[in-house]
Ligand binder design. Sequence first.
Ligand code: PEP
Ligand code: MN
Length: 354
Amino acid sequence: MELNLEKITFKGVSEERPLVIAGPCSAETEEQVLTTACELADKGIKIFRAGIWKPRTKPGGFEGVGSEGLMWLKKVKEKTGMYTAVEVATEKHVAEALKYGVDILWIGARTSANPFAMQEIADAVKGAEVIMLVKNPVNPDIDLWIGALERLYNAGIRKLGAVHRGFSTCEKKIYRNLPHWSIPIELRRRIPNLPIICDPSHIGGKRELIAPVSQQAMDLNFDGLIIEAHCSPDEAWSDASQQITPEALDLILNTLVIRDMNQTTENLNSLRRQIDTIDNDMFDLLAKRMRVSREIGIYKKEHNMSVLQSARYDEIIQKRIEIGETLGLSPDFSMKILEAVHEESIRNQMEEMK
Ligand code: PEP
Ligand code: MN
């Protein structure tokens, strides 16, 4: 479905990349909210985020201050002129946030994964003139992400954006949530006019990763950044390890290199033509390989052999990975390609077996 979106602009906020949204993971006290907001405003930040209702993985953690915090956000607006953003997950949250004049409502990763919750929110925002951002669902499912956006679009929301916050995994290594950059890139391909904002705080889960992940997002032409900032990060009641001071945020933003992605030089054009030719050759070769596979399928059928010959498959994998390594291809990458090619070969051979 095609989305006819309206451009998201804010009076008094530059349209240059990146659009920056910053503020604490959670609103904790009136003082913490106002101090953080004033420090951010001093650094030129125009849009303030704060979680009021916090979705926690386990019960017993700090679950947010609730509606009381909306009063503090109203004060932030009056005192600093900043725009405000909160997370909503139920129709009650939506009603409360709209009542207090919050400018941006964002949908968290646990909520965008749930179509029932998304529909409840969509019904609640019908007719509202509000900007909405949808974080990717916790699982790497682009259709679920797009489905959440479409529900809001169908409810009449035209100022829509997406937030890339990474995807949950049980193997926690470098990142708290794996970036899987190919997913937001595919989202851009499918809905080119949808702004995409990166959340390096939740992707990285630690302060040191905010700068490199932000730079990567800028290099991939993302439109903005949403970063958790707190007046006293070490004492934060949630996500302390990934929050930074407004001063550290300012430093990170000032050292970001923003490259113009549309500028095409002659050199780049010629490299792209090379890539086009190589890709065409690669597809020709793959098609040729599949034709041979089908012939093998015919042979196996005539000789009453099973499609899957495990010993042969193991041998192929081992040898090809070794060759790949000598050519500078990582074993991981070679494995992925071989698995995909093998799966398609089996599919072709099964067709011949029918
Ligand atoms: C947040 O932004 O503080 C938050 C809870 O994010 P997510 O939904 O991405 O986990
Ligand atoms: Mn958080």
